[in-house]
Design a protein around this ligand. Sequence first.
Ligand SMILES: [Zn+2]
Length: 452
Amino acid sequence: MIHARQALLASGWAQDVRITVNKGRIEQIAPATAAQPGDSRVDTLLPALGNLHSHTFQRAMAGMTETRKAGRDSFWTWRELMYRFMDRLTADQIEAIAALVFVEMQEAGYASVGEFHYVHHQRGGAPYDTLAELSLRVMAAAKETGIGLTHLPVLYTYGGAGQLPLSEGQMRFGNEVDRFADLVQGARAGLSELSDDARVGIAPHSLRATSPGDLSSALALHDDGPVHIHIAEQPKEVEDIRNWLGARPVEWLLDKAPVNDGWCLIHATHMTKEETTAMARSGAVAGLCPITEANLGDGPFNGPTFLETGGNFGVGSDSNINISLTEELRTLEYSQRLRDLSRNVMVVGEGSVGATLYTGAARGGAQALGRDAGEIAQGRLADLVAIDSTDATLCALTVDQILDGLTFAAKDTVVTDVWSAGRHNVTGGQHIARDAVVTRYRRAVADLLASL
Ligand SMILES: [Zn+2]
């Protein structure tokens, strides 16, 4: 049981509530002025966000690509280094890095994650004896740390737009549709080791890494779980797709694929106004990764048009250059302010930007991950986060200002507790498996550096 001094319920703010959790779900929400013995007592309870887009292994290269080399710095040169780095990783290292990332995410206030998983094979591209070995390693990390996992095995068949062959650096990703289907089956088998809120979806990596025919074959084989795709991160990508398929990527996808509310379009960055409104109307979630998109110099999302059209959005930490829920939300808003020379952009009409971003990302994140969560309501998964509103960064604010304070003024250290489908994984601001996970990660990284 959880007793909260105040809680943001689906119906709005409530004071003094007691929440009963049973089998991972919220069974009852009742007013209660006092906690009962054995209750977890918290200050301010919020629905916890799902982190809808992550490549965990990239966390271990954070900080390695921030030194300028004349004429050589772009998304595409970053990607070269990422490929070289990734090529060294062993299965043990991939699992150790994933566990650390899942600990950091939960300490930042996320209860769940969409792991967009594209490293499938051994160095050079030979499959492991167990085809889905690395999916199972990510799942083991999720089990160890208790995060709610939506695992998204990636279909990556070609090295670039127009069905180019895979490059040397991409051999660990590659699958034709048939083997990909086997791999997804292998990942699904791994669900038996996880609690029943875990899911498996699919992720055609991007239009440049698949073909129209392969995409429809992969979709025809897929009857359960979300579909995620990188869609329009870089102007070069938009140009390459237009030259090949005769339409911009979002335009092409909305026209040719059955995009609906089970889809999540990652990096819907470079869109025309028409694409933006059409995507909002499709019901798909815009998977926004503001910190990574800033770090890679991708560009800002067209937030005002998308929100005005009623679009769904959520946030993801993508490259995991920095895992911070508060920074993710404020970077999203600040990217809009810097472009528009304006303030309070990510809200329709009048209202709180923090509340719009937080509650929107909670609902959109849950939708994108296929999780029955995103708000505190009876019957939903108990994906919950508690923050300390008596922290110096928040203590002067009224209850209606708390989400603005959390988004713009606070650090993630105001998070005290996180439950993922009722699993109480963060307490006192620290993940219960932190020490063991960090120790193993340090060893894994030392081995990795020694191999470089
Ligand atoms: Zn990504």
